[in-house]
Design a protein. Structure first.
Lengths: 321, 321
């Protein structure tokens, strides 16, 4: 079976202009040579610390920002080669839910216009038909009809995120990028939203790319996890394997640092020294070698490790494994 | 019996706004013992931070402490003059805030800010204060303390800034450290470093810590005792083990149930409804409208404290027999 989304050697550099008279041009290497694929109906988690390129990957896949190099195939068609009209048609099949429900909804639009906007752009629905469809969508995310003419500020964080999800569902997409959908929410509200996300997937046969820094949530909701560090994927595999038996030294440290809400399950943590290096001057070789507690070989400083297969679906990019 | 360090009795803090009076803290009682770490957990807007600010008498306008007593080392803080309070803040009780970037002054070097704290509270010369500042920087694990002293906050990363906040807070060896979401703005690996540092320094300086957080994982990791807050009231108070193994209050059960489990999947438990409006709080138990085991009495009377076990208290009519 061919995958729904296939990413090949994706790169995204952001230029930074610096120096006297802005002469020196440098690049923030947000995404560096990333390849992966997502199967139909799967939930894939993308985790890593702030600034590692998670969101950039999410946005480049949707072609919301242009890549520097590489290719993304959606249903076997190269997304970056599509012309405007074709792109618009393809985009109908993809949705996105953003992190901050307070800034991703236009405060001057009421709920009907917000949720109806994709429908007005992509379909011929008008008037009462459009309204009926919007009411249906709101019902799907657990909001009542009387919310139609209200404005975003009248809703709580959880409800706003539901509105964001309704908008993403408007065009019956097959693939949704969820960019930290619950990190602005309280745990009890987060639980409601996570339940909704799972329920919708079952009902509508959706495929998710779930971007988050919260490993407990990612472990809970996804089938497969990809761990990122400084723009590269360092380990990928089934959620349980990654969460319980990570192999890459960074993945080990990251996962051991997560405080587990259970008094009996406390783990021995691997403390990392120092901070994440700047993505402008990425260390040579394995980008983690400057902080790696297990580094022994000189090769780590010289060569970039590639993802190697260690088990069915389990890949690690480390010279030691 | 352990010695009591701080005792809060029937504390009431209200906010007087245009729409009416927000009863943010509704007659709360709280005890902190010497050399313990007490965690306060609760969702956004439940009054965690206001509790901390009330203890230091720093409640911002239009808020006001309208009743109650706060005994610290045997003396009522609410009876102290402004001048006397100023001497206590920073030397006997100090506080670390959520966002280190906004709690450091951007126009002074971190060294100036730290020596200012020391010079304000202790009769020492400038050189002596500098020496102590360097000593503190070493203790919090900042590399190259002498040079760091001359840096401005923007030159340091979030984790380093939080280390400086901790250094400033602990420079006068306070007997109580209030940490209001000290790691919320940080990444997990940095969070682990900071939590470890706080635990180590607590042992060394024999300080009590009041830790405010919404992350139950952090509670499980470093706290001795936990108090759970809901809508301006404490609902349950017990040791960490008791809370996680044997929660009694329906809200505590709901809150713990809504965290994704690391070992099993399946639908998350949720608490129905949304947090009550503190402007018009419901009568009786503030949780009754959302409580799955609500009774008639819950709507009328505010539940008193019931003792479930030694050092395990719950405010719920179900246990008030």
């Amino acid at each position: 079976m061919s995958p729904l989304v296939e990413v090949k050697n994706l790169r995204k550099y952001f230029p930074v202009i610096r120096g006297f008279w802005q002469r020196r041009k440098e690049y923030v290497k947000a995404v560096e040579d990333v390849s992966f694929s997502i199967q139909q109906g799967e939930t894939v988690g993308l985790v890593g610390e702030s600034g590692c390129g998670k969101t950039t990957i999410g946005r480049t896949i949707l072609r919301l920002i242009a890549p520097t190099a590489g290719e993304v195939f959606f249903k076997k068609r190269s997304l970056f080669a599509l012309e405007d009209e074709e792109l618009r048609k393809t985009r109908k099949m993809m949705g996105v839910v953003f992190q901050d429900p307070y800034t991703s909804l236009n405060p001057r639009m009421n709920i009907q216009s917000i949720v109806g906007e994709p429908l007005r752009t992509h379909s011929n629905l008008k008037g009462l038909e459009l309204q009926e469809r919007v009411v249906g969508l709101l019902g799907q995310v657990g909001l009542k009809e009387d919310t139609l003419y209200r404005y975003p500020h009248e809703f709580s964080g959880g409800q706003r995120q539901r509105i964001g999800i309704a908008r993403a569902l408007a065009l019956d997409p097959e693939f949704i990028v969820l960019d930290e959908p619950t990190s602005a929410l309280d745990v009890s509200v987060q639980a409601q939203v996570l339940n909704l996300i799972i329920e919708l997937q079952k009902k509508l046969n959706l495929t998710y790319l779930f971007i988050s820094h919260d490993l407990i949530v990612v472990n809970y909701i996804t089938d497969r996890i990809m761990v990122m560090y400084l723009g590269r994927i360092v380990e990928t595999g089934p959620a349980n394997t990654i969460f319980n038996h990570p192999l890459h030294p960074y993945a080990k440290a990251l996962i051991s640092a997560v405080p587990i809400p259970d008094v009996h399950q406390q783990r021995k943590e691997v403390l990392l020294q120092g901070n994440v290096p700047s993505p402008i001057n990425v260390p040579s070789g394995c980008s983690f070698h400057t902080r790696c507690p297990e580094m022994k070989n000189e090769i780590c400083k010289r060569e970039v490790p590639s993802l190697k297969k260690v088990d069915e679906e389990h890949f690690v990019a480390c010279h030691l494994v | 019996m352990r010695e009591i360090l701080l005792e809060v009795k029937e504390l009431e803090t209200h906010f007087f706004i245009y729409e009416g009076i927000v009863r943010t803290l509704n007659k709360i009682d709280l005890t902190i013992y010497k050399e313990e770490t007490l965690g306060i957990v609760g969702e956004t807007g439940c009054g965690k931070s206001v509790t901390a600010l009330s203890i230091l008498r720093l409640v911002p306008s239009p808020g006001k402490i309208v009743g109650g007593k706060i005994f610290f080392e045997g003396q009522n803080l609410l009876k102290k003059k402004k001048e006397e309070m100023r001497k206590i803040r920073g030397s006997k009780i100090s506080m670390i805030f959520q966002n280190p970037t906004s709690s450091l002054n951007p126009v002074f070097t971190v060294g100036d800010q730290l020596t200012a704290v020391i010079k304000n509270h202790q009769k020492v010369s400038k050189e002596e204060a500098q020496k102590r500042a360097i000593e503190m920087f070493k203790q919090v694990g900042l590399p190259d303390p002498r040079r760091t002293l001359q840096k401005y906050p923007h030159e340091l990363s979030g984790g380093m800034q939080q280390r400086i906040m901790i250094a400033a807070a602990l420079s006068c060896e306070p007997s109580l450290l209030i940490a209001d979401e000290p790691t919320t703005a940080l990444d997990v690996t940095i969070q682990a470093q900071i939590l470890n540092l706080m635990e180590g320094l607590k042992e060394k300086l024999k300080t009590s810590i009041l830790l405010i957080t919404h992350n139950l994982g952090i509670i499980a990791k470093i706290c001795d005792r936990v108090a759970i807050m809901y809508a301006g009231e404490f609902v349950e108070e017990a040791s960490v083990e008791e809370i996680f193994e044997n929660p009694k209050h329906p809200y505590s059960k709901g809150l713990l149930g809504s965290i994704p489990k690391t070992t099993q999947k399946g639908e998350l438990k949720t608490i129905k409804g949304t947090v009550c409006d503190l402007l018009n709080p419901p009568s009786g138990c503030r949780f009754h409208a959302r409580c799955p085991s609500s009774m008639e009495i819950c709507q009328k009377e505010r539940p008193g404290q019931a003792k479930v076990e030694k050092n395990h208290f719950v405010f719920c009519h179900l246990y008030n027999s």
